[in-house]
Design a protein around this ligand. Structure first.
Ligand SMILES: NC(=O)c1ccc[n+]([C@@H]2O[C@H](COP(=O)([O-])OP(=O)(O)OC[C@H]3O[C@@H](n4cnc5c(N)ncnc54)[C@H](O)[C@@H]3O)[C@@H](O)[C@H]2O)c1
Length: 314
């Protein structure tokens, strides 16, 4: 099979590339190396085809889509820092870029998986979150919500293309996916904590640390995505993909110290000191994954301890 991965030099995209190469497929990736890196895919040199380019380039995206059997759309601008520092570029990538990729898949009638996000749900306090739950987001001028809005537009476009053009698309809402190769540079909490712990530097918690998340190992997420791509009954539908075991950010910091044997101290800083104006955090984010379990018989198998030790060992 020929697999085309947008954002294939990124964190999740490069793990998908590993998976499909290992299964004997032909893999082509398109990436502009904005947050992705050559080092994520250097071990695949000679085994994949890499194009350095932008998903907003219609001609390029169409030519790569035409030659593929499966499209995995992972390219996006993400990470709190990226969104807050480059809001226009981020919105253009996530809205215009995704439209280009979806239109190309529709034009050539290709199976496509799009990566959406738990950010879709915004600050909906009703946890755990199921796929039909409402979006509760702040004002558009609070820039952090533009990522959620852009991804919601992408999901809606995919849904409409499925309804009007029979596009064979499945939407995957990823919740806090973590693991080796994820960078801490753009505000991702787990790699940031692990990197600080390994250097015995202070681990800085933003806010009071009572906010909680559920983390999912990237290897589990890749398994879910690949199984969904191979299961036609998921076409036209949307699925949460996330881990199990809710932890507060303070508990996460403590577990990082324990697993890495670090002597780092835990320090706290306010959100207003950590981020530019326009940031609001979410107190809890917990996925309900019963729908994906039922659809593809998938369940995450790696716990937080394994996640932390795999990141520390990379
Ligand atoms: N990691 C998570 O916890 C998480 C959670 C929810 C959703 N997602 C989604 O999963 C997907 C992959 O995320 P990731 O964590 O691997 O992030 P990532 O930043 O590592 O990967 C995104 C990739 O897209 C590339 N890219 C960005 N803009 C581009 C453009 N205009 N043209 C071509 N390439 C471009 C980047 O260089 C990068 O390689 C994204 O769609 C993201 O929104 C991730």
């Amino acid at each position: 099979m020929r697999v085309f991965i947008t954002g294939g030099a990124g964190f999740i995209g490069s793990h998908l590339a590993d998976h499909y190469v290992a299964e004997g497929n032909q893999v082509t990736i398109l990436d502009n190396f904005s947050t992705g890196s050559k080092s994520n895919i250097s071990h695949l040199e000679g085994k994949i085809t890499t194009t350095d380019g932008d998903i907003r380039n219609i001609e390029l995206v169409e030519s790569l889509t035409k030659d593929a059997d499966l499209v995995l759309h992972m390219a996006a601008a993400l990470g709190v820092n990226t969104i807050l520092e480059s809001p226009l570029e981020s919105m253009r990538t996530n809205i215009t870029g995704s439209e280009v990729v979806l239109n190309a898949a529709a034009k050539f009638n290709k199976r496509i998986i799009i990566a959406s996000t738990s950010e879709i749900y915004g600050k909906n306090p009703n946890q755990p979150l199921t796929e039909v739950d409402d979006r509760v987001v702040g004002a558009p001028q609070k820039i952090r919500w533009t990522y959620s809005d852009a991804k919601a537009i992408e999901e809606a476009m995919a849904f409409a293309l499925h309804q009007e053009n029979r596009l064979p698309v499945t939407t995957v809402r990823l919740f806090n996916t973590v693991g080796p190769r994820q960078t801490g540079r753009y505000g991702m909490v787990v790699p940031r904590f692990v990197q600080a712990a390994l250097k015995n530097e202070p681990i800085t918690i933003y806010g009071d640390g009572t906010q909680s998340r559920v983390f999912c190992h990237v290897a589990d997420a890749v398994q879910a995505i690949a199984t969904m791509a191979a299961t036609d009954s998921t076409i036209g539908d949307v699925y949460n993909v996330g881990g199990t075991g809710e932890v507060t950010i303070k508990q996460l910091a403590e577990q990082v110290l324990e697993v890495t044997g670090s002597h780092s101290e835990i320090t706290y800083t306010s959100y207003s000191d950590a981020y530019p104006a326009g940031f609001e955090d979410i107190q809890r984010r917990v996925p309900d994954i019963s729908k994906v379990k039922l659809a593809i018989n998938w369940t995450p198998t790696r716990d937080l301890q394994q996640i932390i030790s795999d990141i520390a060992a990379q």
